[in-house]
Design a protein around this ligand. Structure first.
Ligand code: FE
Ligand code: FE
Ligand code: ZN
Length: 302
């Protein structure tokens, strides 16, 4: 089982990420190279990359399972503002370079939002942009994430993802499915086998390189995109556990992006990471009903 979570790329960069993942009991992780909502990026420290690689070897973590997530302000779907669109393209190119210099092989990207354009126009812009971004000798794949269909998001069904892949090629582009997004987009995960079959027929299972494992606060088909802690949402623990343990997904990294929790249920400050306890639940194959309380009491001590 390859299971990890979102971690912070702080002052220790990749090394700090690997240490955090270890603390949570994870054997992989996903990170943004800076704040997810902006494009300010610090230069990479080569010594920290080397230290991270050594640390990961010692902790049986495989760099090829590690995922980078592009910042969500990158929008390849809309080129009404040409400068913004070109900035997104350039930023993504730089992000790929950054990943390659760390040895990271997969970067997750939200396909983009059409804002004011039709989905079809948005998708054509994404295809055009990706064809600018992709290099023949690239060692890092771009994984298109399946979206919830909030607002004007493109890529909220497998057909749209397939359309993009068909036009840009599968050599350097793959797919990341997000269980919360799939649910919110209208795919019932209670019948996950039939979903996987559909994915295999349309895109090919070999293109599936990452799963974001999240519960959802909303019912299937509501196009909301609000993640919930594992076992406390509408998808439920058993369904998520069966996806994690699916025999066809043994080689695929699973990443938790569930919400942080506050001091009590009403507290929205969200300061404590849930991952250590969610990973424990998933490994034990039993939902911890006291997840919330356990997280708070664990972190409040120090
Ligand atoms: Fe995402
Ligand atoms: Fe996600
Ligand atoms: Zn989401």
């Amino acid at each position: 089982m390859i299971l990890g979570c979102h971690v912070n790329f702080g002052i220790e960069q990749l090394l700090g990420c690997a240490k955090q993942a270890t603390e949570y009991g994870a054997n992989t992780f996903m990170f943004y190279t800076g704040a997810p909502q902006n494009t300010i990026r610090k230069p990479l420290d080569q010594n920290l990359i080397l230290e991270a690689k050594t640390y990961m070897k010692e902790h049986q973590m495989d760099l090829s399972h590690v995922i980078c997530h592009a910042p969500y302000i990158i929008n390849l779907a809309n080129k009404k503002d040409k400068n913004k669109w070109e900035f997104s393209i350039q930023f993504l190119k730089n992000e790929i370079d950054r990943c390659e210099s760390m040895g990271i092989t997969n970067i997750v990207l939200h396909p983009g939002s059409a804002v004011g354009l039709t989905h079809e126009e948005g998708i054509q812009n994404i295809i055009e942009a990706l064809n600018f971004v992709l290099r023949k000798d690239q060692t890092c794949n771009i994984l298109l994430e399946t979206m919830a269909g909030k607002g004007t998001e493109c890529g909220c069904n497998l057909e749209e993802i397939k359309q993009i892949l068909d036009q840009v090629g599968k050599e350097h582009v793959g797919v990341c499915i997000d269980t919360c997004h799939l649910n919110d987009a209208g795919y019932s995960l209670k019948n996950f086998d039939s979903f996987l079959q559909q994915l295999d027929e349309l895109i090919g299972l070999d293109s599936l390189k990452c799963v974001h494992l999240n519960d959802s606060k909303n019912e299937c088909g509501t196009h909301k995109d609000r993640h919930e802690n594992i076992g406390f949402g509408t998808i439920g623990f058993d369904v998520l556990l069966s996806i994690l343990n699916h025999p066809k997904l043994k080689e695929v990294p699973f990443i938790l992006e569930t919400p942080y929790v506050g001091n009590n249920k009403e507290d929205k400050t969200r300061i404590y990471p849930p991952y250590r306890f969610e990973i424990m639940s998933l490994k034990n194959q039993t939902l911890n009903q006291n997840l919330y309380e356990d997280i708070v009491s664990f972190y409040k001590k120090d």
